[in-house]
Design a protein around this ligand. Structure first.
Ligand SMILES: [Zn+2]
Length: 170
């Protein structure tokens, strides 16, 4: 299914991370590979975005160290990066998402050492900081809980590289 070798796009992200987000269904990944030419046109924008996200990761690490005294390894994983138009149409979406027409990633913090509560506070720190300073599109999905109050999902952050500041919540 993979028709191109992997390549590093920035310090923390590579091409496969952007094409095969961890929350992308198999069919979406396969369609991304079928439409990989369109992705390649946009790869320079993804390189820029991933380089900006490297800085977000470094900021997150330094915040944890200084505010929480935590020095464990933590990074951001991409749950959804590039999405081809064919997939968006199957999902009955407009195809106007920055995930298809520009460069966008949904990310969430991952660490094998940190508790879920610590990961949630990382999401909340990143949200509070980047909603003020991120130059393009930025959104948050807050953590979700089931009816018994048990954590279902720690949430995620959407970052994109459009030339205007836009904010929303999921
Ligand atoms: Zn998104």
């Amino acid at each position: 299914m993979r028709t191109l070798p992997n390549r590093q796009l920035s310090r923390y992200f590579d091409r496969y991370n952007v094409l095969e987000g961890t929350a992308m269904p198999m069919q979406a990944r396969q369609l991304n590979w079928i439409n990989v030419k369109d992705y390649l046109d946009k790869e320079p924008r993804y390189i820029e975005l991933c380089q900006q996200l490297d800085l977000v990761i470094m900021d997150m690490q330094s915040w944890l160290k200084h505010e929480k005294d935590i020095t464990e390894t933590i990074t951001l994983a991409i749950s959804s990066g590039y999405r081809c138009l064919e997939w968006e149409r199957i999902r009955k979406r407009t195809g106007q998402s920055q995930h298809c027409i520009g460069a966008a990633v949904d990310v969430y913090p991952v660490s094998s050492f940190l508790s879920q509560n610590n990961l949630i506070s990382v999401v909340s720190h990143l949200y509070n900081k980047y909603q003020k300073v991120w130059p393009g599109g930025f959104a948050v999905k807050q953590p979700s809980y089931d009816s018994s109050g048990k954590l279902k999902n720690i949430g995620f952050l959407h970052f994109d590289s459009r030339p205007v500041k836009v904010r929303w919540q999921y």
